[in-house]
Design a protein around this ligand. Sequence first.
Ligand code: ATP
Length: 346
Amino acid sequence: MAQIKLQNVEDYYEIGEVLGSGHFGQVCAVLERASGVHWAGKFLKLRRSASSRLGLERKSVEREVEILQSLQHANVMALRDVFESRAEVVLIVELISGGELFDFIAEKESLSEEEAIEFLKQILMGVGFMHTKNIAHFDLKPENIMLADKTMPHPHIKIIDFGLAHRLKQGEEYRSLSGTPQYIGKWNIPHVYCLLSGLSPFQGDNDEETLKNIVGMIYEFEENYFNQTSTMAKDFIEKLLVKDPIERMTADECLLHPWIKPVTRKQADNRSRSSINMKSFKKFNAKRKWKMSYNMVWACNRLFRLQLQCKSRSQEDPELRQCESDQEDTETKPASLIRRRLSSSS
Ligand code: ATP
């Protein structure tokens, strides 16, 4: 198990290019100095005080580390090392170089259900393993399903980003932000629907209608989009997108559904003849990528405004130390900012 090290991460790892960013920091390629092995480093900025709005609470980072430590599975990103400094925690994790699964699929001309199931099965195995440890991911969006190496004939799925994951204790009820009780094993992935049709299952004509559809699990299979889909795939979705979580299939039950594990020849043939609606899926993926970029720009602007607010408030009131310390953080150029500059200038 990885012990949290208080040494400087750069004594052990050379920091390379930025691979991605999230709400609380960046992920960079890193090279282990002693072995020459490539890893990824997830740099998480720590919140400096309870009243600060920047960075993550130490408790949340500890939870992410503890969960990753207990999840050693072929379809879950592996944790190698953890470093902590005053301002940030660095998770050294397995380097996943194949990009997002949805981007990989969107580049294809065609994909049969049988081929799509090979990926879905691996996701189910990773999620099923988490559930045996009573861990719920709570953020299984397409961005968090990556491929170890997309040049392999059968690329390997890796589930990433355990920032929202929780270990649920027996008898303890966990409620999502919307107040819905969450049950271990009773997961819900609308992305199977998106993958097959290129549509979001609950999309309404306006936000209010979409919310109503999500809460009531109201959706339909539009013929125009589902005319290449097998009846088994629709049955699979119907057993997954169920309002009462108790009634939903568990990841293990999904693995036994005939769409995933056909028992007759006819079922197997059905899957290989049915296919993903690629035209619609490509459009869906392009829209998703556009939304991700938009959200990232919006988040950067918000952070910038927050820092400006803190700066002007602390000039008016010198006792506003919390804001000052956040501001001080950026002005003294934390390692992650210096890295961003280095990578953008190279
Ligand atoms: P979010 O704001 O979505 O919760 P986060 O701050 O928790 O994100 P991650 O989702 O873990 O950060 O990582 C951000 C991005 O960095 C990912 O979308 C991915 O592109 C890239 N990334 C994460 N982990 C790895 C890895 N092990 N190897 C390669 N790239 C990675």
